[in-house]
Design a protein around this ligand. Structure first.
Ligand SMILES: [Zn+2]
Length: 276
């Protein structure tokens, strides 16, 4: 009998210690977000997770939800499936891909500058050009709605890109959302990602496990890009501060990107849009 009581006391102690470790561990931060990893700043996606998990609601409106954390999907509308090659923006005869946009008047001058810097990140070294909307049928409507998100690829007509102020107004975040609008999904959603990274399923916040699904993507014959601005950080959606994605080749590889596109991100754009 004493033995059973002793066992009960022991297991209660163990679970109390565990709970305490979870709640008060210095590693523990808001769920799904880690302030900085040991090797520097958080990735663009870390900032997006922070903004979307703590500011935005999951359901953007009655018919729109977020997939993978920041890709808007309309449930009401029969949305086209955009995996890289479909849903691309049309190309002009001069070889450029002009993407028209409108900017909400709610943005300050400084915020407008940041958004333009995010556009320049995409334009540099590619044939994509963002142009203020005049009459174009398809265009981006950039709005400070709730959270940072975009639809995938060109949907036809007006499509919203949400860049909430101030949380989403960071150059890397802005460029990341424009990459979605160009048609790119997250790098670790690639169908062949298991050759390159290990997803640490038990460390993922249970409600967000779906954000780590793989998709039948077209990798455009480009190598897996650990440093893509579209890659989740090592601690994305961690429930206890432990890594959720570990590179297979070396643990010292930094995942994701903070400020701008990687070299391979540019190649992706140039291949998908057949830039000269
Ligand atoms: Zn994203």
């Amino acid at each position: 009998m004493e033995w059973i009581i002793l066992m009960c006391v022991f297991s209660t102690c163990i679970s109390a210690v565990h709970t305490q470790k979870f709640l008060f561990s210095p590693q523990w931060g808001p769920i799904g977000y880690k302030e900085h990893d040991e090797r520097g700043h958080g990735t663009a996606m870390d900032e997006i997770i922070k903004a979307n998990e703590f500011q935005a609601s999951r359901m953007l409106d009655g018919a729109t939800t977020l997939r993978e954390g920041d890709i808007a999907v309309s449930t009401g509308r029969r949305s086209k499936v955009c995996f890289a090659r479909s849903c691309i923006w049309s190309k002009s005869v001069d070889g450029h891909v002009y993407i028209a946009y409108t900017l909400s008047p709610e943005y300050s001058e400084m915020e407008t500058e940041l958004i333009k810097k995010g556009m320049e990140n995409i334009e540099k070294g590619t044939c994509v050009r963002f142009v203020p909307w005049t009459h174009q049928r398809d265009y981006l409507d950039i709005q400070p709605k709730s959270g940072c998100w975009s639809y995938l690829g060109a949907r036809g007509g007006r499509q919203t890109v949400s860049l909430q102020s101030p949380d989403c107004l960071q150059v890397g975040v802005i460029s990341h959302e424009f990459m979605h609008a160009l048609g790119f999904v997250h790098e670790q959603s690639r169908f062949d990602r298991d050759n390159y990274v290990t997803i640490m399923w038990p460390n993922i916040w249970r409600d967000r496990v779906r954000n780590f699904e793989k998709f039948r993507t077209d990798s455009l014959d480009l190598p897996y890009d650990y440093g893509s601005i579209m890659h989740f950080g090592m601690y994305a959606y961690s429930q206890d501060g432990e890594p959720t994605i570990i590179p297979k080749s070396s643990k010292n590889i930094k995942l994701g990107q903070t400020l701008t596109l990687s070299h391979i991100d540019k190649l992706k754009i140039n291949k998908l849009y057949k830039c000269g």
